[in-house]
Design a protein around this ligand. Structure first.
Ligand code: GSH
Length: 217
C-alpha cells in the first residue's frame, strides 16, 4: 500500500498545509494509503527520500517528495477523477500552487504563528522557533507585536480568493489541484487556530464547506 509521511504535532495533530494538499488529492482520487506520522526531529524516517521535508510518499519502491511532484505522480498513477482535467489546467495549477506558497501561506503564517507553535510537538518547538524566526527575519515577539498589520495583509489575500469564489464554484471553474492547494492552507489554519477567516468571505466559506464535504476531510 502507498505510504504517506505526514507531519505530526502534539496530540497527534496533523497541520502541514503541504501534507493536506496531498491528503486532499488522495481523498479525491480515493487512493488507499498508510499514514506515517513524522515530527520535525524525525528526519531519519524520511532520509530515504534524500531530503528533509514532508510530504513524502513511498509507492512500489519509488520515493517522491514535494507536494507538487506528488500531485503529478498521483495523477499518472490514477488518472480519474482528474486534478488536471483539461488543456492548460496543469500549467494554471502550477502558477496557483506557487501563488499560494508565496502569498497566502506567509500571510496566514504570521497571524497563526503562536497557535502553530503551541501545536508543534514539545520536542520540536526549539527547532521550529529557530528555523521560523530565521525564515521570517523576525522574532516571534516581533511578529506578535505587529499582528494587526499582518491580519490586514491576510484578509487582503483572502479577499482575492473571495473575489474569485463569489463568482464561481471552484478556482478554475471545476475542481482542480488549485482547490487542493487552497484547501491545504485553510485546513492548516483552521486545525491550529480559532482565527476568523470567513467572516467577510461568504463565497470562500461556501467553497470551503463544499470542498470539505466533497473530500470527506
Ligand atoms: N515545497 C514543499 C514544501 C514542504 C515543506 O516545507 N514541508 C514542511 C512541513 S509544512 C517541512 O517538512 N519542513 C521541514 C523542516 O522545516 O525541517 C512541498 O510543497 O511539499
Amino acid at each position: 500500500m502507498l505510504e504517506l509521511f505526514d507531519l505530526v504535532g502534539s496530540n497527534d495533530l496533523r497541520f502541514s498545509p503541504f501534507c493536506w494538499r496531498t491528503k486532499a488529492v488522495l481523498a479525491y482520487k480515493k487512493i488507499p494509503y498508510t499514514n506515517i506520522p513524522v515530527r520535525y526531529m524525525d528526519k531519519e524516517k524520511i532520509a530515504f527520500s534524500g531530503q528533509g521535508a514532508v510530504p513524502v510518499i513511498r509507492d512500489n519502491g519509488a520515493a517522491i517528495h514535494d507536494s507538487w511532484t506528488i500531485a503529478g505522480y498521483l495523477e499518472d498513477k490514477q488518472p480519474e477523477p482528474r486534478i488536471f482535467p483539461g488543456l492548460g489546467l496543469k500549467e494554471a495549477c502550477r502558477f496557483f500552487n506557487r501563488y499560494i506558497d508565496s502569498t497566502l501561506n506567509p500571510s496566514v503564517a504570521r497571524v497563526i504563528l503562536n497557535d502553530l507553535y503551541a501545536s508543534v510537538d514539545p520536542g520540536d518547538r526549539d527547532y521550529f522557533r529557530t528555523t521560523r524566526e530565521q525564515r521570517l527575519g523576525m522574532t516571534f515577539d516581533e511578529v506578535a507585536a505587529r499582528k494587526e498589520e499582518f491580519r490586514a495583509q491576510m484578509h487582503a489575500a483572502l479577499a482575492d480568493l473571495e473575489a474569485t469564489l463569489a463568482e464561481q464554484a471552484y478556482f478554475f471553474g471545476l475542481l482542480t489541484y488549485a482547490d487542493c492547494c487552497a484547501f491545504g492552507s485553510l485546513k492548516w489554519a483552521t486545525v491550529v487556530s480559532q482565527e476568523a477567516l470567513f467572516d467577510k468571505t461568504p463565497g470562500l466559506r461556501a467553497w470551503w464547506d463544499r470542498l470539505q464535504q466533497q473530500l470527506g476531510l
